[in-house]
Design a protein around this ligand. Structure first.
Ligand code: C2E
Ligand code: CA
Ligand code: CA
Ligand code: CA
Length: 271
């Protein structure tokens, strides 16, 4: 009734206000040094060695504590702040990775908003130059959301980045409007199968069949296939037997601060 209505209106107002205050705080957060990158290992399922570490943003708000990326990234995207935040992350990640063993690469997530920004290529070049990291050690992760727009600029930008020697990964594969054509059209070196498929592995043969099919497709197209969200040994064994090359998930390590990941890169993570 009327009461519910009013309650709903107040909730809406709260949400809008909340978003505005988040936006204001977000504007200051870079300058106030409130962001951090954590790193999560991607592991070669045959050698057990870390191939790559994925950089994941963490925001410690002075009052509200940790705010998850799922909350602040969308606000940063809508306000355009993701351009500056993404640039910060790119620079931080390249700088951190420059002290890792040479065979370990770093993966940085890119929002479609960054991808559409003309400055991206220069930002990447600058981050590599400042850190001294070779382009071959930088992977950029994008999701299918970007490809939906499917315009010539997207493909041009990808080719530009590719020409720099940087590699591209297709993140969260299978969650969006995956088209097999994307795999052929866009220059991805890695395909990351979304965690939801790995979570479903226990429930029957469907997820297993899908993972196996993506793994052989990837192998046929000369791409590295990664299974995301591996939490158990059983899941690791299953995705390996289905042909996945690399795994990522809590089993191998949760996202951790730069100092912690650094100390774990010298030896294999699984036997
Ligand atoms: P993502 O790129 O798919 O990153 C993987 C997410 O899955 C991370 O969540 C990670 O902590 C979580 N995860 C990894 N292994 C496991 C597991 O075994 N089990 C479970 N339950 N979760 C696992 P996180 O750090 O909260 O990040 C969420 C999303 O926020 C990321 O998803 C990415 O889309 C976005 N994000 C994070 N950092 C950045 C960034 O620097 N730039 C952009 N554009 N997006 C970012
Ligand atoms: Ca990612
Ligand atoms: Ca992912
Ligand atoms: Ca995801």
């Amino acid at each position: 009734g009327g009461g519910n209505h009013r309650f709903f209106a107040i909730e809406m107002e709260d949400a809008a206000q909340e978003r505005r205050s988040l936006e204001l705080d977000l504007r200051e957060a870079i300058a106030l040094d409130q962001f951090q990158l954590h790193y999560q290992p991607l592991v070669d399922l045959h050698t057990g060695r870390v191939t790559t570490c994925e950089a994941l943003l963490r925001w410690t708000h002075p009052v509200r504590g940790n705010i998850p990326p799922a909350v602040f990234i969308p606000v940063a995207e809508e306000t355009g702040l993701i351009i500056a935040l993404g640039e910060w992350a790119l620079n931080r990640a390249c700088a951190d990775a420059s002290s890792w063993p040479r065979e370990v690469r770093v993966a940085v997530n890119l929002s479609p908003v960054q991808f559409r920004d003309e400055g991206l290529g220069l930002q990447v070049v600058a981050a590599l130059a400042k850190s001294g990291l070779s382009a071959q050690r930088l992977e950029l992760e994008v999701t299918e959301r970007l490809l939906l727009e499917d315009n010539d600029n997207t493909l041009d930008t990808m080719h530009q980045l590719h020409a720099l020697g940087v590699s591209l990964s297709l993140d969260d594969f299978g969650t969006g409007y995956s088209s097999l054509n994307y795999l052929r059209k866009f220059p991805f070196q890695k395909i990351k199968i979304d965690r939801s498929f790995i979570t479903d592995l226990g429930d029957g043969r469907d997820a297993r069949a899908i993972i196996g099919a993506v793994a052989s497709l990837g192998a046929g197209l000369d791409k590295t296939v990664v299974a995301e969200g591996i939490e158990t040994e059983e899941q690791m064994n299953l995705v390996r037997s289905q042909g996945c090359h690399e795994g990522q998930g809590y089993l191998f390590g949760k996202p951790m601060p730069a100092d912690d990941i650094r100390s774990r890169l010298d030896k294999p993570i699984i036997a």
